[in-house]
Ligand binder design. Structure first.
Ligand code: F6P
Length: 524
C-alpha cells in the first residue's frame, strides 16, 4: 500500500487554520499567561527525562485542535504504521524506510543483530588493544572517511558524547579538500591508525578519492597485505569495497532500507562504538527505540515529535516563517545544527508532491542554529529585534556532566531568560527609547532534558527524525529520496573531465567557461 496522497491545502482543517490565522497574526500574545493561569501547565509534555514547554508559541487551544485535525485528515496515523511495518514508503526508489529497525529491541532482524555483534566484537578489540597494527602496536587513532550521512551523524554523536569517551582519538575526513586531508594525515601514525571507510554506495566521488589518497599515504610505510589491519568498510556495496582491497571480513554491511542521513544507528556508527564503547552505543539505540514507541503509541496531542512538527507547519505555512533555529545550551551539541540540516533539508527540500504535481505551498523548513550562550553574542540580536519571525527550539540539560554548578546555573539562566525575553519583549517595561523596545511575541519551544546521556541523546535525535517524517506526510512529499543532489554530482564529473583534459569547449555556460579558464591558468 502506498502513502496517502492528500493535498493538505484542500483539507477542511487547513481552511480552518487559514481563517484562524487571520485572528492570531495580529495578536500580541504576551498577556495570555495572565489571562490563562493554566497555560504553562497545559502546553507541555513530560516524557521520561524530557520536559517540553511549548506554551510560548503563538497558539491557542483552537490552533492546536485544528492542527491535530490536519494530522488526522492527512492520515498521519496510517502513514506512521506504514513506515514501521516496512512498507515501501520511499516510493521513488522503491524501498522500505526502516532505520527504526536498527534499534528495535523487541524484534531485531537477524541481519541487524549479526551486524551489531560484529561491531561489538570489533570495537572491543580496538579499544582493549588486542587488535594490532602492522608493526604490532595497538590502535590509538580511528579515522572515519565518509561524507553526508556517512559523516555528520557519527561526528555529531562522538562530539556530543565525548564525556563518555575512552582513550582513542577519533578523526573525520569528509571534504574532498586535499588540504584538509593532508592536515589530518599530518597528525597520524600509519602504524597505529584504523581507517573506517563509510559509504553506503561506495561510489561517492569525495569518499573514493579521499580513500585512494589515504591508501597511497599508508602504502608509503605499510604493504598491501597490511591494509587488512588498518582499513575496514561500511557499505551496502560489498563488491565495491572488495575491489578497493578491503577483505570480506572487514566489511560491515548496511541495508538499502536505511537512508544515509538516518544511518548512524547501524554500522555507520562504528566510529561511535570505538569512541564510547558498545554499551554506550546500545544505550543510545535504546533511547531512540523508546522514543519510537512514544511516537507510535502516544496520542497526537501528547506526542513530542508530532506536536513539534505541527507547530513548525503552523509557522512555515501560515506565518510564512522563512527559517527555524535550533539552539542547544550545551557545547557538546555544537554539531547538532549541521546534522539536522542534512536530516531535515535533504528530506523535505522537495517541490513535487506525492501525486507528481508541483506544490503551491511551502515545504521544507530551513534549519540553522548554534549553541547557547555563544549564539546570543552572534545572531540573537536579529531574533529579538529583526524583521523576521524565527521560531526557535531551545535545548538544555538540568544537570552538568562535570558538576560545574556555578557555570551551569549561568548557562541555563540564559536559556530561560532568552525564551522569556523573546516572548515578553518590553511590553511591561514602558521603554521609551525606540531602540530599546523589544516587540516580543517571538515563539520558542523549550526542551529541557535531565542530563546528556547516550540514552537521552538517542531519544532527542529520534524526536527530530520523526518530526521531519510528520512534516513530509503533511506536505504530501516524499521525504526519503534525494534526487536533488544527483544532477550536481553528474555535472561535477563532466567538469572535472574538462579540467583534466583542459578542454573547455564542452562547457556550454559562458560564465563557467570563463571561471574554468581562469582556474586552469592559475593552477599550472
Ligand atoms: O549528498 C547525497 C548523499 O547521497 C547523501 O544522502 C549521503 O548521506 C551522502 O551522499 C553519502 O553517500 P554514501 O554514503 O553513499 O557515500
Amino acid at each position: 500500500m502506498s502513502l496517502p496522497k492528500i493535498n493538505p491545502t484542500k483539507t477542511a482543517a487547513w481552511k480552518k487554520l487559514e481563517k484562524h490565522f487571520q485572528e492570531i497574526k495580529v495578536q500580541q500574545m504576551q498577556d495570555v499567561f495572565l489571562k490563562d493561569s493554566d497555560r504553562a501547565d497545559r502546553f507541555k509534555i513530560e516524557w521520561q527525562d524530557f520536559y517540553l514547554d511549548y506554551s510560548k508559541n503563538r497558539i491557542t487551544d483552537k490552533t492546536l485542535s485544528f492542527l491535530l485535525e490536519l494530522a488526522e485528515e492527512v492520515k498521519l496515523k496510517e502513514a506512521i504504521s506504514q513506515q514501521f511495518s516496512g512498507e515501501k514508503i520511499n516510493e521513488t526508489e522503491n524501498r522500505e524506510v526502516l532505520h527504526t529497525a536498527l534499534r528495535d529491541f523487541e524484534n531485531w532482524k537477524p541481519e541487524v543483530k549479526a551486524t551489531l555483534q560484529k561491531m561489538k566484537h570489533f570495537s572491543e578489540e580496538i579499544i582493549n588493544g588486542s587488535h594490532k597494527g602492522f608493526t604490532g602496536k595497538a590502535i590509538t587513532d580511528v579515522v572515519n572517511i565518509g561524507i553526508g550521512g556517512s559523516h555528520l551523524g557519527p561526528e555529531m554523536v562522538t562530539e556530543a558524547l565525548q564525556f563518555y569517551k575512552n582513550h582513542l582519538k577519533i578523526h573525520f575526513i569528509a571534504n574532498i579538500d586535499g588540504d584538509a586531508v593532508a592536515e589530518t594525515l599530518n597528525k597520524l601514525n600509519p602504524e597505529t591508525t584504523l581507517f573506517i571507510v563509510v559509504s553506503k554506495s561506495f561510489t561517492t566521488q569525495e569518499t573514493i578519492a579521499n580513500v585512494s589518497l589515504v591508501k597511497d599515504w599508508f602504502l608509503t610505510s605499510g604493504t598491501k597485505k597490511d591494509i587488512q589491519k588498518h582499513f575496514v568498510a561500511v557499505s551496502v556495496n560489498e563488491e565495491g569495497a572488495k575491489e578497493f582491497g578491503i577483505s570480506e571480513d572487514n566489511i560491515f554491511p548496511m541495508q538499502d532500507w536505511v537512508g544515509g542521513r538516518f544511518s548512524l544507528w547501524g554500522s555507520v556508527g562504528l566510529s561511535i562504538c570505538c569512541a564510547i564503547g558498545f554499551s554506550n552505543f546500545e544505550a543510545m539505540l535504546k533511547g531512540a527505540f523508546e522514543m519510537d514507541n512514544h511516537f507510535k503509541k502516544e496520542d497526537f496531542s501528547n506526542n513530542l515529535p508530532v506536536l513539534l512538527a505541527l507547530l513548525s507547519v503552523w509557522y512555515n505555512n501560515f506565518f510564512k516563517a522563512e527559517t527555524e533555529a535550533v539552539v542547544a545550551y550545551s557545547q557538546y551539541l555544537n554539531k547538532l545544527a549541521p546534522y539536522l540540516q542534512q536530516a531535515v533539508m535533504e528530506s523535505n527540500g522537495k517541490s513535487i508532491d506525492r501525486n507528481g504535481e508541483t506544490v503551491n505551498y511551502q515545504t521544507g523548513t530551513i534549519v540553522w542554529g548554534s549553541v547557547g550562550t555563544n549564539a546570543q553574542h552572534a545572531f540573537f540580536q536579529l531574533l529579538h529585534q529583526g524583521t523576521k519571525l524565527i521560531p526557535t527550539d531551545f535545548i538544555g540539560f538540568s544537570e552538568s556532566l562535570h558538576g560545574n554548578i556555578e557555570n551551569h546555573n549561568i548557562l541555563m539562566a540564559n536559556f530561560f531568560a532568552q525564551t522569556e525575553v523573546l516572548w515578553e519583549g518590553t511590553h511591561t517595561k514602558n521603554a521609551e527609547n525606540p531602540f530599546e523596545i523589544f516587540d516580543g511575541n517571538k515563539p520558542t519551544n523549550s526542551i529541557l532534558i535531565k542530563k546528556l546521556t547516550p540514552k537521552n541523546l538517542g531519544s532527542l535525535l529520534a524526536i527530530y527524525e520523526h518530526k521531519l517524517f510528520v512534516q513530509g506526510i503533511v506536505w504530501n512529499i516524499f521525504s526519503f529520496d534525494q534526487w536533488g543532489v544527483e544532477l550536481g554530482k553528474t555535472v561535477a564529473k563532466e567538469t572535472l573531465q574538462a579540467i583534466e583534459n583542459s578542454n573547455f569547449s564542452v562547457i556550454e555556460n559562458a560564465s563557467t567557461k570563463n571561471l574554468l579558464s581562469k582556474f586552469s591558468n592559475s593552477n599550472h
